[in-house]
Write a protein that binds this ligand. Structure first.
Ligand code: NAD
Length: 392
C-alpha cells in the first residue's frame, strides 16, 4: 500500500515502516557519533521502549554502551490492510539494527501494568541475562488497570484548584485561541496519580528484586517534566504534576527499601519535546512551538536523543551525580532557565493565529510530529507501494 499520514486531532492513526526505520537509524547514528559511554550498564530493561524518551533510552544503552536490552511496550501489530503503530515499526527497526550489530535485544509487547507481563520479563531475564543493572521506566499511558483489584483507572489532564484560562493552539483547526479548563475533582487527581504516579514503578522493582534479578548497585530512573510558570497550571501543578510528585515519593521509598543492594533510584526531569504523549496535552503544542523557536534561535535546542544521550553521559551512569533538592537528575536546565523562559514569556501574549508561523516554530513542531509516525524523512519514497507488515 501507499502510506500517507492520516492525522486526526493530536494523533496520526497510521505509520510508515520505512520512515520509522529511518527515524531509528537517525537516532542510532547520533549515538554512534558520540563517544562510548563510561561506567556502562550491561543489561538494561526499558519499560516503555518503543517511542519517545524510552526508545531513545534503549538506543543509547545499546549503541552507546553495547548493553543487552530487554524492552516492554504496548503497540499494535500491522495487518495486510492496516499499518501497525509507529512503536511497532520502531521496535522492528531497532531489532534489525541491534541484530546487525550483534547486540542482544528482546521485546515483550503487552500491558506493563499487569503481573503477567512482569513475570514474563523476569522469566526472560533469568533465561537470558541473569541480572539487570539499569531499569528505565518511561511509560506514558492514559489508563491503567490495577493488577490486584482489576479496577481500571483513567488519567485526566486538568488544572488543580482553580479554573485556568490560557492560550492554546488547536492543531486540527490550526487556530490560536483561548481555552478555559475546569479544575479536576479529587477523584480525577487520585486516578491520575494511580495511572502515572510511582506505584507501578515500585511494583516493577519489587517484583524484580523478589525474583533476585537486580544486580548489586543497580540503577533505575523514571522520567518527569517539571517546566515553569507557563506550563505549571496544565502540567507541573496540575493532575499530571500530582502524579509526577508521586514519582518523587516512590524514588525515596525505593532508595530506602532496597539499600541492601545499593539500588540508586532517580527521577529525571527532561526537556519538553514532541512525542505522542506530549502532543495530547492542551497548551503543550503552543508552548513547545514557541520554546523550540527560542531555543533554536539561541542555538541550544535538543531533541529526545540528545537529551537521553546527555543524561546517560553526564548524570545517570555517574557514581555521585549532582541532584536537585528532591534527589532528581535535571536535564531541563537550559529550557527552564530565566533567560529562555523570559524570551518565551515575552512572545506568549503577542501570539495570534496569523503571526504564529513567524513567532513560533510550528513548522518544526509539525515536522517532529509527523516524524514520530515515520513521515518526512529524506531518502524514503512516500509514493512507493510498501508492505505494512513487519515482524520482530
Ligand atoms: P511516548 O508516548 O512516546 O511513549 C510511551 C511508551 O509507553 C511507549 O513505548 C508505549 O508503548 C509505552 N506504553 C504505554 N502504555 C503501556 C502499557 N500499558 N504497557 C506497556 N507499555 C506501554 O511518551 P514519552 O513522551 O516518551 O513519555 C515517556 C516518559 O517521559 C513519561 O513519563 C513522560 O511524562 C516523560 N516526559 C516526557 C516529556 C515530553 O515532552 N514528551 C518531557 C519530560 C518527561
Amino acid at each position: 500500500m501507499v502510506i500517507k499520514p492520516k492525522v486526526r486531532g493530536f494523533i496520526c492513526t497510521n505509520a510508515h515502516p520505512a520512515g520509522c526505520a529511518a527515524s531509528v537509524k537517525e537516532q542510532i547514528d547520533y549515538v554512534k557519533s558520540q563517544g562510548a559511554l563510561e561506567n556502562a550498564p550491561k543489561n538494561v530493561l526499558v519499560i516503555g521502549c518503543s517511542t519517545g524518551y524510552g526508545l531513545a533510552s534503549r538506543i543509547t544503552a545499546a549503541f552507546g554502551a553495547e548493553a543487552k536490552t530487554l524492552g516492554v511496550c504496548f503497540e499494535k501489530e500491522p495487518t495486510e490492510r492496516k499499518t501497525g503503530t509507529a512503536g511497532w515499526y520502531n521496535t522492528a527497526a531497532f531489532h534489525q539494527q541491534a541484530e546487525a550489530a550483534g547486540l542482544y535485544h528482546k521485546t515483550l509487547n503487552g500491558d506493563a501494568f499487569s503481573h503477567e507481563l512482569k513475570e514474563q520479563v523476569i522469566d526472560l531475564i533469568k533465561q537470558d541475562l541473569g541480572e539487570i543493572d539499569l531499569i528505565v521506566y518511561s511509560l506514558a499511558s492514559p489508563r491503567r488497570t490495577d493488577p490486584d483489584t482489576g479496577e481500571a483507572y483513567i488519567s485526566s489532564l486538568k488544572p488543580v484548584g482553580d479554573v485556568y484560562t490560557t492560550k492554546t493552539f488547536d492543531t486540527s483547526k490550526k487556530l490560536v485561541h483561548e481555552i478555559t479548563l475546569e479544575p479536576a475533582n479529587q477523584d480525577e487527581i487520585d486516578n491520575t496519580v494511580k495511572v502515572m504516579g510511582g506505584e507501578d514503578w515500585e511494583l516493577w522493582i519489587k517484583a524484580l528484586n523478589e525474583a533476585g534479578v537486580l544486580s548489586q548497585n543497580c540503577r533505575t530512573t523514571a522520567y518527569t517534566y517539571i517546566g515553569k510558570e507557563l506550563t505549571w497550571p496544565i502540567y507541573g501543578h496540575a493532575t499530571i504534576g500530582k502524579a509526577k510528585e508521586d514519582l518523587d515519593r516512590a524514588s525515596t521509598a525505593l532508595n530506602n527499601t532496597y539499600s541492601d543492594i545499593n539500588l540508586k533510584a532517580y527521577v529525571t526531569s527532561l526537556k519538553a519535546v514532541v512525542t505522542q504523549a506530549s502532543s495530547a496535552i492542551p497548551v503543550m503544542p503552543l508552548y513547545i512551538s514557541l520554546m523550540y523557536q527560542v531555543m533554536k534561535d539561541e542555538g541550544c535546542h535538543e531533541g529526545v536523543i540528545e537529551q537521553i544521550y546527555g543524561l546517560f553521559n553526564t548524570l545517570l551512569l555517574s557514581d555521585n551525580p549532582p541532584v536537585d533538592e528532591a534527589n532528581r537528575l535535571r536535564m531541563d536546565g537550559v529550557e527552564t532557565n530565566d533567560d529562555i523562559q523570559g524570551k518565551i514569556k515575552a512572545i506568549w501574549p503577542e501570539v495570534t493565529t496569523e503571526n504564529f508561523p513567524e513567532l513560533g516554530d510550528y513548522a518544526g513542531y509539525n515536522q517532529d510530529f509527523l516524524k514520530l509516525f515515520g513521515f518526512g524523512f529524506d531518502g524514503v519514497d512516500y509514493d512507493a507501494d510498501v508492505s505494512p507488515l513487519a515482524d520482530w
